[in-house]
Structure formats: C-alpha cells, structure tokens
Design a protein around this ligand. Structure first.
Ligand SMILES: C[S@@+](CC[C@H](N)C(=O)[O-])C[C@H]1O[C@@H](n2cnc3c(N)ncnc32)[C@H](O)[C@@H]1O
Length: 211
C-alpha cells in the first residue's frame, strides 16, 4: 500500500511571475515552473539542492520567493571523478558562483559531494531538489539522504525523471520497497514525493540507512 501523500492537481500556469529560464540553465522552463509550484504549495522556507552546479536554478528560485530563509547548495570539488563519466563536464569550477551574492545562500562543497554528508550536516529542510550524481549508487544515496533530511509533509523532488531511465527505475524500486509515492508532473522532468513519517516501512528505510 502506498500511503504517502500527493497533491490532487498541480496547475503549471499559476506562476505568472515565474522567472524565464535561458539557454544557460540546466533545466527547462516547465521544470522550473514545476519546482516553483511545489515550493509555493508548501511555502518552503528552507531548501536544499543536491548538485547546485553554478547556481542558476538556485538564483532563479531565490529571486522568485522572498520568503525563502535559507537555500543550501551542495556540490563536489572540481577534481572529483564522477561515477558517471558523462557528468565530468558538468562539474563547476566555481560551484554556486551565481547564487553567492544572495545572503540566504550557503554553499557546501565536499570532495565527494553528498557522499560525504549525512542528514546531521544539514538543517531539516522543507524542500530538497535532487539533481546531483546520476549513477545508480548516487540516486539511491541521494534519495535516502533527502528523505532523511526533509521534514514531515515536506517535499523531495528529483530532476531527470523522464529523460533518464536510471532515475525512473531506481525510484520505482525504492518507492515500491519502502512504500513512498512518486508523483510526476506532466511535460516536465520533475518527479516528487510528499514525505509522510507515519509510514512504518518508510521509517525503517530512514532508520536502517547510515545517512
Ligand atoms: C546537472 S548538474 C546540476 C544542475 C543544477 N541543479 C541546476 O539546476 O543548475 C549536476 C551537478 O551535480 C554535481 N554532482 C555530481 N556528483 C555529485 C555528488 N556526489 N554530490 C553533489 N553534487 C554532485 C555536478 O558537479 C553538477 O554540478
């Protein structure tokens, strides 16, 4: 039985003031609108992004929502050898550089990024955007870490759900095993889960993890 919560309907056109993304962004306009809609739905004040890159998305989100109190961007050191070789070119020379001017932004760079972190290194978050390591190992690690770090009724949101089968398949296995719901937003690469700690299997996932 899947007992996590879902939103009945996510209208993507409610964001008249959504910032327009340009060619330098690593997400599409639909993806950005979907993320903003989810943030607005829960009035997320504390946000974490796994794989912040140069901070394009982070900056646009911070510029959209004045009520965000803290935005933590996480990335790897520039000489990191990613598990997926195609990700080597994505590693930023200056992680989070565009978002640093906003005093609500905090950067965490570790040699192996999220692999070097546990939930104890981060505040309890309202919303976590998972867009870092795209290997099977990375998706499993980041999913468990995100679910352990987000607050009850908070949202974990994954990028590349539609275009990367490894993301889809890994989330399918994890969500079936631990009974959390994966919701997709049509025409976007975004999937999300609303966290529900009353789910015992889900609690076991968190307790048994070393995150
Ligand atoms: C597709 S880019 C992210 C784009 C960014 N989220 C945005 O919207 O602008 C993937 C990022 O994940 C980072 N990354 C790869 N492995 C990581 C890890 N283990 N921990 C944290 N970040 C990682 C890469 O360095 C890169 O910056």
């Amino acid at each position: 039985m899947i007992i996590n919560k879902t939103f009945e309907e996510i209208p993507l056109n409610q964001f008249v003031n959504c910032i327009k993304v340009d060619k330098y962004f690593m997400i599409t306009q639909k993806d950005f609108d979907a993320i903003c809609t989810l943030i607005e739905r829960i009035h997320a004040e504390v946000i974490i992004e796994f794989g912040v890159q140069q901070g394009n998305t982070a900056t646009a989100i911070l510029d959209t929502f004045s009520y965000i109190r803290e935005y933590i961007g996480i990335d790897v050191e520039k000489d990191y050898e990613p598990l997926c070789i195609f990700q080597k070119k994505e590693i930023p020379l200056d992680a989070g550089c565009f978002a640093k001017k906003d005093n609500r932004f905090r950067l965490i760079v570790k040699p192996r990024g999220t692999f070097d972190l546990t939930f104890r290194d981060m505040p309890v978050a309202d919303f976590i955007f998972v867009d870092g390591d795209h290997s099977l190992q990375g998706i499993v690690h980041d999913t468990v870490l995100a679910l352990a770090t987000v607050k009850n009724d908070g949202i974990v949101c994954w990028h590349d759900y539609q275009n990367l089968s490894v993301v889809r398949e890994t989330l399918k296995i994890l969500s079936e095993k631990y009974c959390f719901n994966i919701n997709i937003i049509n025409d976007s690469n975004i999937a999300y889960s609303v966290v529900d700690f009353s789910n015992d299997k889900f609690k076991n996932l968190i307790l048994s993890s070393n995150t």
